[in-house]
Design a protein around this ligand. Sequence first.
Ligand SMILES: Cc1cc2nc3c(=O)[nH]c(=O)nc-3n(C[C@H](O)[C@H](O)[C@H](O)COP(=O)(O)OP(=O)(O)OC[C@H]3O[C@@H](n4cnc5c(N)ncnc54)[C@H](O)[C@@H]3O)c2cc1C
Ligand SMILES: NC(=O)c1ccc[n+]([C@@H]2O[C@H](COP(=O)([O-])OP(=O)(O)OC[C@H]3O[C@@H](n4cnc5c(N)ncnc54)[C@H](O)[C@@H]3O)[C@@H](O)[C@H]2O)c1
Length: 481
Amino acid sequence: MPIENTRTYDVIVIGAGPVGENVADRTTAAGLSTVLVESELAGGECSYWACEPSKALLRPVLLRADAAHVPGLDSAMKGPLDVESVLAHRNRMSADWQDDGQVEWIKSAGIDLVRGHGRLTGTREVSVSSPEGDTVRLRARHAVALCTGSSAALPPLPGIEKLLPWTSREATSAQRAPQRLVIVGAGVVGVEMATAWQALGSRVTLLAREGGLLPRMEPFAGELVTERLREAGADVRFDISVVGAERVGEGGNEVRVTLSDGGVITADEILFATGRAPRSQDIGLDTVGLNPGDWLATDDSLTVTAVPGHWLYAVGDVNRRALFTHQGKYQARIAGAVIAARARGERLRTGRWAPHSSTADSEAVPGVVFTDPEVASVGLTVREAERTGRDVEVVDYEIGHLAGAVQYRPDYHGRARILIDRERQTVVGATFAGPGVAELLYSATVAITGEVPVERLWHAVPAFPTISEVWLRLLETRRDS
Ligand SMILES: Cc1cc2nc3c(=O)[nH]c(=O)nc-3n(C[C@H](O)[C@H](O)[C@H](O)COP(=O)(O)OP(=O)(O)OC[C@H]3O[C@@H](n4cnc5c(N)ncnc54)[C@H](O)[C@@H]3O)c2cc1C
Ligand SMILES: NC(=O)c1ccc[n+]([C@@H]2O[C@H](COP(=O)([O-])OP(=O)(O)OC[C@H]3O[C@@H](n4cnc5c(N)ncnc54)[C@H](O)[C@@H]3O)[C@@H](O)[C@H]2O)c1
């Protein structure tokens, strides 16, 4: 007999990914009783099929790329990667796809967890269907936060369902390297997975429908990554799309891909890295006047603007503001503070950079692409500045000229670009592409969010010999140009 029961909490959070967990943590810490609803694994996409496994696959690849060019280590780097150990390490970093550790943390934080598929059933009401067929009805006194994330979006290719294609899930959790892997899509997932699997033994063909890789970033970033992927043996093609694909061979063990230029490629697997779709199809949006399957638009307090009453929030990937774990967790801290303030009847402190406003989503979203070389960017690119009519100065510097870069790796090649707002005289965008630049990014993020005047940056002295000296060289280049 299916069981039905009803429970009341101050706050209901649907989705226990990194973002939902952080909303629940903040509301619980504010003294609000909170329940998390999760249909798969607590920890979400990031822990099992995205950030953690992908970075575990990439770390040895990037370390090796550097070490292979450092005198004294180069000869030790001649052999192939120990693929079995890399995959075993990846499995451990994905907690072997078990969420016991996360569940323990949820309990220790004083948060209740209900397993099952959550759906809104009306204002501040949620119903959860458990895998056993039971239903739990939840009521919220104050807020419901939708943190259901995103899933891979597949292109409308005829017969795609019969192809059994890889998405980001298979690409991050596969237990062996396919001999031949075709990757469609040149965004972050496409280039990271091309870097990983090419190094792990697959022959990768990467297909970009644009004229370069990483099309949303500064073009030099994609050019450097293309160069290194090609050196590693990957077949990288531009201005091309897939017009057809089918499983062929014995038991359908091969994929035959037909391209827009008439070419045909045969591979063992095909990965579609063609963007994300919101997980909002079946979460009861129609019961509150929203369209199932839509991204959920919010204001800077993460409140869903189309629903009256200030009780519904959308946080993380599902609101499409910035599809990164760190940015979703930033939103979660703000949403948690907003929910707590409203529950206490306090006025929100909104406005640029105020505690209840996720301003960084529009001004300074940092992101690192863990390719060889790494690409790190925050704030505007030149293209975005042009599109939004911002008057900026653009300053470029070849990172390989720095003493710190040569110490890092004698053949260092990389590029840095900052954008300076002419009127405000502050940095509004930065992109670094080169080995080891990931850790540089926070300095740029602080410069942008702190709106540090460029004149003051002259007093921020980078240590010698580090790659951070790029900041000084960028200032000198601007002064002397
Ligand atoms: C291959 C790959 C690599 C990435 N690498 C990075 C990286 O290095 N750094 C970075 O910052 N970002 C990275 N990202 C992006 C990052 O994974 C996402 O931004 C992040 O996971 C979003 O967190 P979230 O909590 O919003 O959603 P998710 O992590 O998707 O979690 C949503 C949770 O909600 C649950 N859920 C959904 N619907 C329901 C429902 N109806 N009822 C109950 N539960 C439900 C899901 O099961 C899931 O557990 C990567 C993404 C991909 C695809
Ligand atoms: N290191 C990281 O932080 C990291 C790593 C991976 C993913 N992510 C996040 O995940 C998000 C999703 O990444 P993604 O790479 O899936 O998406 P994306 O939007 O970055 O790139 C998608 C690519 O697929 C192409 N594409 C879309 N439809 C296509 C079609 N029908 N045929 C051919 N090409 C097509 C696009 O032109 C684009 O090049 C990113 O925006 C990023 O925020 C972050």
